[in-house]
Design a protein around this ligand. Structure first.
Ligand code: TK8
Length: 339
C-alpha cells in the first residue's frame, strides 16, 4: 500500500512538473507576424517552398508564429530586402548569394563557374562545414543565415542565337547578377555583361534592353522568359544557391524557443524545396520544349573552351576571395565527389 501511494505521488509529481514545463514552454512563444519576402512569383519553386515554410511554422508553433509571404519582389529586390532585414524593417527573406557578396565578399565564391558537377555535391558542401562557415559570417552584418535552398545550375537564354560555340557569346548583352565576379566571368566569356536586379529582368528582356540572361530552367519557366527569349543553351556554367535569412535585429528579440521553431521549420523547408526543385526541373524542361524555345546542349569540347576562357578571371578572383577559402571549397567538393 505504502509503495503504491509513493508511486502515485511520484507519478503525480512527474505530471505536474511536465505541465509546468509545458506552460513555461508555451509562454516562450508569443504571437508574432513574420513578413517573408522572395523574388520569384507565387507559382515558382520559391513560392511553393515559402508557403510550405509558413504552414510548417504555423503548425509547430500552435498557430503563434504567423508568416505572411510576399513574392514577385513585392517587398523589394534581393538587395533591397537584404537592407530591410539589416535595418529591422522586415523579418525574413530568401534570396541569392550573389548580392550578399557586397556585404560578405566570401559569398562571391558561389559565382565561380564550373565548381560543382551535380546537386549531390552542392548539398554536401552547402550543408557541411564550408556552407555553415559562410552563413555564420552574415552574423556580424546584421543577418542570420539559416539554410540554403536550391536555385540550381544556370543556363543561358537569349534573343540573338543559340550558344553552340564559345564565341557565340561574343557581344551578347547579357544580364548578370549583381557582383563583380559574375560580371567578370561573363566579360571574360565575351558577353557584354550588365548587372541588374532580377525584379527588372523580364521587362529588360521584353524591351530588348538586354539580349539575354542566365538562370536555372525552373526560373526560366516560372518567370515565363520563354515568351521573350527564343534560345536556351544548356551551359550549366554555375550552381547557385539561395539563402534563407532573418533580420538579426529582430532575431535577437526572439526567445530561444521561438528561434528553435524557426530553425526547425527552415530545415524542413530546405528538404521540401530541394526535392521540389529537382522534380520541377524535369517538368520545366517539358514546358520549355513545348513553348517552341530552341534548346541546345553545349558539347563537352565547347564546355571545355568556356572553362578555359573563364580561367584567368577565376584565378584573379581566387586571389581576391582568398586562396585558402577557394582551396577549402575545392577540398569539400572533392570529398563529396569521392564519398
Ligand atoms: C530572385 C533571384 C533569382 C536569381 C537571379 O530574386 O537574380 O537571377 O537567380 O533567383 O534571386
Amino acid at each position: 500500500m505504502f509503495t503504491r501511494t509513493k508511486k502515485l505521488i511520484v507519478a503525480l509529481a512527474a505530471i505536474s512538473a511536465c505541465s509546468v514545463a509545458g506552460l513555461a514552454h508555451a509562454q516562450e512563444v508569443k504571437t508574432r507576424i513574420i513578413r517573408f519576402g522572395y523574388g520569384l512569383n507565387d507559382d515558382s519553386v520559391q513560392g511553393r517552398a515559402a508557403r510550405y515554410l509558413a504552414e510548417e511554422l504555423g503548425k509547430i508553433s500552435g498557430g503563434k508564429l504567423k508568416m505572411r509571404t510576399y513574392g514577385s519582389a513585392n517587398l523589394g529586390s534581393d538587395e533591397q530586402m537584404q537592407a530591410a532585414l539589416v535595418g529591422g524593417a522586415q523579418e525574413m527573406m530568401v534570396g541569392s548569394t550573389a548580392p550578399l557578396a557586397t556585404m560578405v565578399k566570401e559569398f562571391g565564391v558561389y559565382d565561380l563557374p564550373f565548381l560543382f558537377n551535380d546537386d549531390k555535391e552542392a548539398d554536401a558542401v552547402l550543408d557541411g562545414p564550408f556552407g555553415e562557415k559562410l552563413l555564420k559570417m552574415l552574423d556580424d552584418k546584421g543577418l542570420v543565415g539559416l539554410v540554403y535552398w536550391e536555385n540550381g545550375f544556370r543556363n543561358v537564354t537569349n534573343s540573338k542565337r543559340p550558344i553552340v560555340k564559345a564565341e557565340d557569346l561574343d557581344g551578347i548583352k547579357l544580364r548578370v547578377m549583381q557582383n563583380k565576379i559574375a560580371l567578370g566571368v561573363f566579360g571574360a566569356l565575351g558577353a557584354n555583361a550588365v548587372p541588374m536586379p532580377f525584379s527588372e529582368l523580364f521587362t529588360a528582356l521584353e524591351t530588348h534592353t538586354v539580349d539575354g540572361q542566365e538562370n536555372p530552367v525552373t526560373t526560366i519557366q516560372s518567370s515565363k522568359f520563354y515568351e521573350v527569349q527564343p534560345y536556351l543553351s544548356m551551359t550549366r556554367h554555375v550552381y547557385t544557391p539561395w539563402v534563407l535569412m532573418a533580420s538579426k535585429k529582430w532575431w535577437n528579440t526572439l526567445s530561444p524557443d521561438e528561434q528553435k521553431l524557426i530553425r526547425q521549420a527552415a530545415a524542413s523547408s530546405r528538404d521540401f524545396e530541394r526535392k521540389d526543385s529537382r522534380a520541377d526541373s524535369a517538368k520545366a524542361m517539358g514546358v520549355l520544349k513545348e513553348s517552341g524555345m530552341k534548346i541546345n546542349v553545349v558539347s563537352p569540347e565547347e564546355m571545355q573552351r568556356l572553362r578555359e576562357k573563364s580561367q584567368p578571371v577565376v584565378d584573379k578572383y581566387t586571389q581576391e576571395l582568398g586562396p585558402d577559402l577557394v582551396k577549402q571549397l575545392q577540398e569539400e567538393i572533392n570529398k563529396a565527389r569521392k564519398g
